[in-house]
Design a protein around this ligand. Sequence first.
Ligand code: A2P
Length: 276
Amino acid sequence: MNEHVTVTVTPTLPDAQTVTDVRHWTDRLFSFRVTRPASLRFRSGEFVMIGLMGDPDPKTGRQKPLLRAYSIASPAWDDELEFYSIKVQDGPLTSRLQHIKAGDQIILRPKPVGTLVHDALLPGKRLWFFATGTGIAPFASLIREPQTYEDYEDVILTHTCRDVAELEYGRLLVEEIKSDEMMRELTEGGVDKLRYYPTTTREHSARMGRVTDKLRSGEIFADLGVPPMSRETDRAMVCGSMGLNIDMKEILEGFGLREGANSEPAEYVVEKAFVG
Ligand code: A2P
C-alpha cells in the first residue's frame, strides 16, 4: 500500500495570545482584546511589544515576528488585555493587524515597560492626561486604575482628534466608567473626579482646536474652572504625536513642571515609545 499522507504543521507562535474581541471605530481606528498571559504583571500606563509573524524571507524561508510597541489600554486588574490602534493602509503591521478576528492569534511579548506610570510622578493634587489620536490608550488604562483616584483630588483627561468619530472610543469609555457599578466600587466613587475635555481640530464640534493652543491661551483653565498649572499642585502625562510631545514639553516646563522618570519622579512624563 502506498498511501500518501500530507501533514500540515501549523507553527506555534512564540508568546501567542488569542484575540477575544475586535471593534472598528472608524476606517482609521480599531480596538481589540486578547487573552492575558498568566505571568504578565504590569502597571497601568505601560506598553508591551505585540505583532504578527512577518512574511517568509525570500532567501531563507524563515519568518520573523513583526512587533510594535502598544500601550495596554486595559487596567492592570483586568483578566484580558485591550489595545487601541490606528490602521495604516501600507503599514507593515497594521495593514494586516486590522483584519484580525476573534479566535486569531497575535504575538505578545510579556515584558511591560513605559514612563506613563504613577511611580514616575511626585505626589500632587491634580493629574492631567494629554492625548492626541490613539495616544489615549495608556490613559484608557489609567482612568480605570483605582490608584489614580486615591492619589489625586482632580483628574482631567484631554483628547484632541481630527474629527468627532475619532473621539468616540474615549467618550464612550468615560461614560461607561462613570456609570459602571464595579468601577464605582473599585475606586470608592473616585470616578466622579474624572473630567473629560475632548477637542476636534478639523471637524466642527462643541470644542474646537488643539489642546496646546488652549493651554497657551489659558482657555482650558477657564473652561474647567481650575487655576493655571503649577509645580506645587499639577502633574501631567503626555501621549500622542511627536509634535504634541515637543509642544507639551515646552508648555509644561513654562508652567514650572519638570520631566520625571521611573528612576527620578518629578511633575510630568511623556511616552516616547508611542507610535501614532
Ligand atoms: P491637526 O488637525 O491640527 O493636525 P493625527 O490624526 O494626525 O495623529 O492627529 C491627531 C490630532 O492631534 C489632530 O487633531 C491634530 O491636529 C492633533 N495634533 C497634531 N500635532 C499636534 C501638536 N503638536 N499639538 C497638539 N495637537 C496636535
